[in-house]
Design a binder for this molecule. Sequence first.
Ligand code: FAD
Length: 552
Amino acid sequence: MKTTANFLRKQTLDRVSSRCYDLIVIGGGVTGAGIALDAASRGMSVLLLEKADFASGTSSRSTKLIHGGLRYLKQLEFRLVWQVGRERAILHRLARHLVHPEKMLLPIVRGGSLGKFSTSLGVWVYDILAGVAPRDRRAMLSRSEALAAEPLLDAERVLGACLYAEYRTDDARLTLALVKTAMEQGADCINYLEASAFLYDEVGAIKGVRIKDHANPDTPVFEVEAKCVVNAAGPWADQVMEMDQPKKQKNLFLSKGVHLVVPYARLPLRQSAYFDMQDGRMAFAIPRNGTTYIGTTDTRYAESIDDVQALESDAAYLLEGTRRMFPSADLKRSDVVSSWAGLRPLIYEPNKPGSEISRKEEVFIADSGLISIAGGKLTGYRIMAKRVLDLVVQNLQKKAPGKYPPCKTQQIRLWGNSFGTWEAMQDFLRALEKRVTAVGLPLSRASYLLQNYGDQSGKVLEAMEPEASSDPETRLLLAELRYAIREESVVRPMDFLLRRTGRAYFEMSALAHVLPLVLTVFQQEWQWSAEQLVEEEALTHIALDKLSMRHA
Ligand code: FAD
């Protein structure tokens, strides 16, 4: 019998349902994945449950920066800047292929919120707090230097600029790298499994979770026991807490953040920029893979958490601010090729608007023993995981003192990074460039592969079958797809198109002609019936239309 993805998943589920775990983690975003890795590396048996795809919540919808948090300096959150700055350096070492240093331009303009002196001083303080190496510290640019660095700036308004150090990432791939590393450490991490209810013992303590399988609707609901359960459900954390204990007051304030993607040719920035918007807020414009993405908004959100979308008003706001800063590009609504909208799960603070609420995380412990964590940043996932695991260990060690070692994630390189040094990774990239061009792909695919698959990039290239009829790009896509279904828990087309490869954000225009091929591979691997194929095709089109804002 042919081994299908469907068959492999069923095998895993059989194993899971017969175990009692030390820890169940609810939520497969960056927070939950970080917690699963920390727990597994301390020797615990761990089950991570994700009700949709890994990173399908906020963790694929961020600005994709591992930042020291310059904006937190404005809010005088010195400790947060200090902490995330140090974390950033650790992440750069743990995930070299996914966390890249990059300069960011901060334009200083007439009528803007930044003055030359305050920016120079503020970013200097930021560099010190964030532990930026002396050679990478901020450089102040004169008016003519700023215009030379970024000719699209408004020559009428620009007074100068500041160039400072940021780090870029891919949030969904970072989450997946954490999931894969956690699995290497022994964790069971499964997507499309929803924690639908809690199981309690005779004194009201949680002793497990009831689980619903959304990938195999025929599978009955099943139950798994655990000594401890952590809720890392991001924007859904309140819902999970309410599943345990109905409450009147919510703990979270949800704030929506939208990004727009335009072709690079329409906003050809020479480097990323962080600039003043029309209302005094600031936004990023970041070139990536032949596009530039712009974001973000920050508006209170009270609608369905499961269907967050960019609206026309979000697009109008972002386009207006970008046009003000880069008027010669004259961006229009018709330039938008893709978009994403995510929810910041902020901790509710009475009488504060979303933009002023602290991004610090908070831990809540219920009478039932449920530990919930919310808030925080992508950048701080490791510290958040450590904080939660220290509590879990306290709980578990009441019965078995001294069983678990302290946190060691500072030393665990993430999946795909076996590069001892930055230079070793650059050597790998050069060799990859040769292989990529040898199979007829553009040079830029080498850095794309490196970011997505790190030291496993060769494995993906090797899977390119020499189908004479198709071009190298299609062969690469199919190779990635087969790899993703077998090795990266891909269940639905959007898992692959959006979260494993970023194509639905950054290569939207190329998707139409490959979609039928992608769906055919899915049908074979997942043994879809003809009806399922039609349904999945329709769902994929709806999702792509939403991203490209064609629904509006
Ligand atoms: P999520 O990623 O939302 O994960 C929660 C998961 O739980 C979801 O996948 C959901 O499906 C799952 N789930 C929910 N209920 C259940 C259940 N019952 N059973 C099983 N699974 C369940 N941070 C940075 O460091 N840098 C940035 O540049 C940055 N930019 C941002 C820009 C925007 C617009 C936004 C909104 C946030 C940004 N952040 C940034 C913050 C960062 O993205 C978030 O803090 C982080 O992604 C939150 O991750 P999470 O795992 O807590 O939540």
